[in-house]
Write a protein that binds this ligand. Structure first.
Ligand SMILES: Nc1nc2c(ncn2[C@@H]2O[C@H](COP(=O)(O)OP(=O)(O)O[C@H]3O[C@H](CO)[C@@H](O)[C@H](O)[C@@H]3O)[C@@H](O)[C@H]2O)c(=O)[nH]1
Ligand SMILES: [Mg+2]
Length: 193
């Protein structure tokens, strides 16, 4: 960390029940040249990886559908969220994680994956970076039913959607997950599907 406009950073743990919520107190050199005291809460649930699987012949993509409590608390009527395969790194590299999550959640074992970008998805409140990837899939790469890990009670439904329908669902608001929108639009911009 190197920023000569920030000093006296103090971190107080508010919760480590599952992931970590900290209260960070610090001084910031404002635009008037004065050091002002600030406080920000910062939620750390680690970095993650996300991957869009696409098929150029069938013109389809593989997405998942799962219940997301925080979205349910904020206007998502049934709490169900349509997303690309994704998960937290848990000590793996972003590439390893993307490949692992693709198989656990969708049942497809992909090999050649391509990095798209990395993104802070909510940098004012959440520390995590999501590393984003794409990979081609075909029917012969299916090795299981997917659905996520039983012990993590993920209850994931696997969707194979036409690419056109998936893009429409971004417009209608049926898809509202940021990483999913970024990857679908990346595929659209680059005419991948
Ligand atoms: N008991 C408990 N379990 C939790 C909690 N939070 C997460 N879990 C468990 O941890 C699992 C994490 O699954 P992953 O597949 O690794 O992550 P994800 O939830 O799909 O994705 C997360 O990371 C993505 C990339 O950073 C994010 O985009 C996504 O919103 C989410 O935070 C969840 O399925 C759930 O079982 C919690 O507060 N309590
Ligand atoms: Mg997941």
């Amino acid at each position: 960390m190197a920023n000569d406009k920030v000093r006296n950073i103090k971190i107080e743990l508010l919760s480590d029940n599952w992931y970590t919520l900290n209260k960070v107190s610090f001084e910031y050199l404002n635009n008037n040249g004065e050091w002002e005291k600030q406080e920000r809460e910062s939620y750390d649930h680690g970095n993650g990886a996300a991957i869009l699987l696409y098929n150029t012949k069938k013109k389809t993509v593989i997405l998942t559908k799962q219940f997301r409590m925080p979205s349910y608390l904020n206007g998502n009527d049934d709490g169900m969220s349509i997303e690309v395969c994704a998960g937290l790194l848990d000590g793996d590299s972003p590439e390893e994680c993307a490949i692992k999550e693709a198989e656990e959640e969708s049942g497809y074992r992909v090999k050649n994956i391509k990095k798209v970008c990395s993104s802070y998805m909510s940098p004012g409140a959440v520390t995590g970076i999501v590393h984003m990837f794409i990979a081609k899939y075909s029917d012969c790469m299916k090795v299981s039913e997917g659905g996520g890990l039983e012990e993590e009670t993920e209850n994931i439904e696997v969707l194979e959607l036409s690419f056109t329908d998936a893009l429409k669902m971004v417009e209608t608001g049926e898809i509202m997950d940021g990483k999913t929108i970024i990857l679908l639009q990346y595929a659209q911009i680059h005419n991948l599907v």
